[in-house]
Design a protein around this ligand. Structure first.
Ligand code: IPE
Ligand code: IPE
Ligand code: MG
Length: 259
């Protein structure tokens, strides 16, 4: 396992003629969906799907690091996922803790910087501690920023920001006015560039409360592949397709003449 990671992180990236390394998305965000269906298809408990999904996380992190993608956000657990059966939730929390524990030193050696967005205060103590340890341990690293969205809700993050501003305003008696940049700077994603590409596996065509402010102009890429079957090839394909999109931001395409 150690050798594989060293090889994957340490070696010069495999030549990939289809990707333009100069035009990689600065930030790729992923809605890792379909673990439950993957398990169900095999007559396995849902947690087995989550375990299989955990292995893919590693492959995708390795691929992003090799390619030189600056920021990778993985949606691990939404604030809405508490609605799932207790044993699935506790199984997931244990799994996050285990994965982080077993991978932390390898990630650290490879200069990965771990960050969390979401309400970490309300996850179980062991899981929270493990994440806090990972954040502290990798704080000075200069490689891939790996952002884990844990107990995350885009709406909750926006509301928190608005309520803090209202409170501040009530205290000082002064109205607060924010522009887009100032607002972005007080969200959980402050300092992180907006995602340019959002990937969703398992064919669902929705955003599920993920980076709803930050992803306003992200390119959305969906595959029918279930998360445990996703991997290096899928991730590379998504970036390949992204590089062929025409991003207009409300304007016109570069080649269109103004007739
Ligand atoms: C995504 O897989 C993982 C999490 C939400 C934690 P799901 O568990 O949502 O898988 P499906 O959608 O039921 O197949
Ligand atoms: C979104 O997946 C959350 C994560 C991937 C962590 P869900 O499977 O929870 O989303 P919905 O419920 O289908 O919208
Ligand atoms: Mg799902």
């Amino acid at each position: 396992m150690l050798t594989t990671l060293r090889r994957l992180f340490g070696a010069a990236p495999e030549p990939n003629t289809t990707l333009d390394r100069e035009r990689l998305p600065k930030h790729v965000a992923v809605i890792m969906d379909g673990n439950g269906r993957w398990a169900q298809k095999r007559g396995l408990p849902r947690i087995a799907g989550h375990r299989a999904g955990g292995k893919v996380v590693r492959e995708v992190v390795e691929t992003a690091a090799e390619l030189g993608v600056g920021h990778l956000t993985l949606y691990a657990f939404s604030a809405e996922n508490w609605r799932r059966p207790k044993n699935e939730v506790s199984g997931l929390m244990r799994l996050f803790e285990e994965i982080l524990q077993s991978e932390l030193e390898e990630l650290h050696k490879n200069q990965v910087k771990i960050e969390v967005i979401g309400d970490l205060a309300n996850v179980s103590e062991g899981t929270r501690r493990q994440f806090e340890k990972a954040i502290t341990r990798t704080a000075e690293n200069t490689g891939l920023h790996l952002i884990i969205a844990l107990n995350y809700s885009g709406r909750a993050d926006i509301l928190r920001t608005v309520n803090e501003a209202l409170e501040q305003s009530a205290k000082t008696g002064q109205a607060i006015k924010m522009d887009e940049d100032a607002f972005s700077d007080v969200l959980a994603t402050a300092g992180i560039p907006d995602p340019e590409l959002i990937i969703r596996t398992s064919g669902e065509l929705r955003i599920s409360n993920f980076l709803i402010w930050e992803g306003a102009y992200a390119e959305f890429w969906v595959t029918e592949t279930l998360w445990p079957d996703f991997g290096r090839a899928g991730f590379t394909q998504a970036i390949h397709d992204y590089q062929r999109r025409d991003r207009r931001f409300g304007g016109l395409t570069k080649d269109s003449d103004a007739r």
